[in-house]
Design a protein around this ligand. Structure first.
Ligand SMILES: *Cc1c(COP(=O)(O)O)cnc(C)c1O
Length: 418
């Protein structure tokens, strides 16, 4: 059972709402830092452990800098994510560039930054060679295909567009070696929001087995294997959080059994976690402004799916608490909705909630939990919706704005109205 906490009292939240006006995201710096330290401590059993934080989960330089201070790197997959990493003081091999269908300009930027390029396809060996030149170090993204069952969000690896097949991976490393590349890494990403420890351990075992085969067939000792992202978080109160210690211990057992006897004890183990790093420590705060009773009862809020699309996109559950009424009994079942002209614009469907006051200035404040990753980042502008801003709760209790809300001028800035 995962506790659903929120770091501000109702009074402090009301004060923040007056100061910054709703809706907004709020992130808890202290909790993120403590979580990063727990991850580093658990995975410290591996040589040169490093988590490349997936920039797409929370593309804000303030967060990237804070995570850099905790020893994390960045996992980028586009030109602008590389630029964000750069403006956060990240570069060189603390950046992993895991892209697909990559244009040459992005490889060039990755090369300029000195990032570790993670090739998504066999043909990109030649493509990178021609367009950006082959670096001294390269990584290959492996797609295990039928060897691994996918999970619900990411789908079945056989149907996934990513990575090299097993044969291509072996051939790819041999070819890279022939072309003069000297340092190598292996990557895979087969899970999304996976809370099952053994699923992640199994992914590790798959990579370790392949690392041994690569060594046998090509003579290459990998510098590290990267297990990708996909560590889950307990979105539902009844979910159980991943036990990092148990996960690292399971991986270490497989590492000692498979890698050590093969002489690969110096190969590092790395990850690309995004969601598990910041997800539980971010919230979308929105005010209840209207109530509507037709065939069902609706609570209308001032945020919309343009601010947080996961419930609409995946039917994802996000816990909602009403500030100051956390322990109040349910007063009925409600759909909590935004104002987009799409019926899927719902943060909750038939959710038991306490009695909620609705008013533009004095309505109850709703806290939508576990929005610290793939939240604001997945926002969009359909229906002319302007995305909300982001606040950071500093360890000293102060609140700082780390992204302002969008304005109509932002939205219209790309129009060419001659
Ligand atoms: C999305 C993604 C991640 C991060 O996934 P999380 O679920 O946030 O941990 C890491 N690596 C790659 C290649 C990704 O596409």
């Amino acid at each position: 059972m995962a506790d659903k906490y929120f770091p501000l009292s109702k009074e402090a939240l009301e004060e923040a709402a007056r100061r910054f006006s709703t809706p907004f995201y709020i992130y808890d710096e202290k909790a993120v830092r403590e979580n990063a330290r727990r991850i580093n401590a658990a995975f410290g059993v591996f040589p040169a452990y490093l988590n490349y934080f997936a920039v797409k989960a929370m593309p804000n330089p303030v967060m990237l800098r804070l995570l850099r201070e905790e020893g994390f790197g960045a996992d980028c997959s586009s030109l602008t994510e590389l630029l964000l990493a750069e403006m956060s003081g990240l570069g060189g091999e603390s950046v992993m560039f895991t892209s697909n269908e990559t244009p040459s300009a992005e490889y060039l930027k990755a090369r300029e930054l000195g990032a570790i390029i993670n090739l998504d396809d066999f043909t990109h060996i030649e493509f990178v060679e021609k367009t950006a030149g082959l670096p001294e170090m390269l990584s290959i993204r492996y797609n295990p295909g039928p060897l691994k069952l996918g999970n619900a969000i990411i789908g079945n690896p056989v149907e996934a567009k990513y990575g090299f097949t097993r044969e291509q991976t072996l051939e790819g490393f041999a070819l890279l070696k022939k072309k003069g590349v000297r340092r190598f890494a292996l990557h895979t990403m087969v899970a999304s929001n996976e809370l099952n420890v053994s699923y992640h351990v199994e992914t590790g075992r798959l990579l370790f087995d392949l690392a041994v085969e690569i060594r046998r067939k090509t003579g290459i000792s990998l510098e590290f294997v990267n297990l990708g992202g996909g560590a889950g978080i307990p979105y539902r109160p009844e979910d159980t959080a991943l036990d990092y210690g148990e996960l690292a211990a399971g991986l270490k057992e497989a590492f000692d059994r498979i890698m050590v006897p093969a002489g690969l004890e110096r190969t590092g183990v790395r990850t690309e976690w995004g969601r598990a790093v910041t997800g539980p420590y971010g919230w979308l705060v929105t005010r209840a402004i209207h109530r509507k009773d037709i065939y069902r009862s609706y609570i209308g809020v001032d945020a919309s799916m343009a601010d947080l699309i996961r419930p609409a996109m995946y039917g994802a559950y996000h816990h909602i608490s009403v500030a100051g009424k956390e322990d109040a009994p349910a007063a009925g079942l409600f759909d909590v909705v935004g104002s987009l002209c799409e019926n899927c614009d719902k943060f909750a469907v038939q959710r038991p909630l306490p009695a909620i006051e609705t008013d533009e200035t004095s309505g109850d404040l709703l806290v939508i939990h576990d929005a610290g990753a793939h939240g604001r980042a997945m926002g969009f502008n359909y229906n002319g919706k302007l995305r909300c801003g982001e606040l950071l709760l500093r360890p000293d209790g102060s609140l700082v704005r780390i992204r302002r809300r969008e304005t109509p001028e932002d939205l219209f800035a790309t129009l060419c109205c001659q």
